[in-house]
Write a protein that binds this ligand. Structure first.
Ligand code: DQA
Length: 144
């Protein structure tokens, strides 16, 4: 099984970016944990990050052609991007929306996700372990 993990804007700053909210691990460290976890579950994990909306659309299209599923933290674009929603809708593989924080417990503009309605599931609020739970779902449960 191959899973693509796609991260959106400002997530390349994890570790430095508001660590009290997002935690102290860098994105590279989180990706390392996911790759290790993937080895245990027999999943090949490919990780990508972009600050650009159109590039995330292209990554979703490519991931749909090349992988069995996608773990997506579109960050701020979650709340604004019809283009990313449409790319999720037509990518052809299951997509799990992930957030480090729980957007429902934060500012009101974060309560709306344009993506949740077209994703297979949503995991939020567990810090970097939100990503682990998404990978676990692909590895253990999604075909059961
Ligand atoms: C986030 C939540 C978003 O509202 C925010 O814009 C982010 C990160 C999260 O992982 O908690 O950049 O997606």
């Amino acid at each position: 099984m191959k899973i693509h993990v796609i991260n959106g804007p400002n997530l390349n700053r994890l570790g430095k970016r508001e660590p009290e909210l997002y935690g102290k691990k860098t994105l590279e460290e989180i990706e390392g944990e996911l790759i290790r976890m993937g080895l245990e579950l027999g999943i090949q994990i490919n990780c990508f990050q972009s600050n650009l909306e159109g590039e995330i659309v292209s990554l979703l299209q490519a991931a749909g052609d090349k992988s069995d599923g996608i773990v997506l933290n579109a960050a701020a674009y979650t709340h604004t991007s019809v283009a990313i929603r449409d790319a999720v809708s037509c990518c052809g593989v299951p997509v799990v929306e992930v957030h480090l924080t729980n957007p429902n417990g934060r500012e009101s503009f974060r309560k709306d996700s344009l993506l949740s309605g077209v994703c297979d599931g949503l995991i939020a609020g567990f810090g970097w372990r939100s990503y682990c739970l998404a990978v676990l779902w692909f590895g253990k449960y999604h075909r059961t």
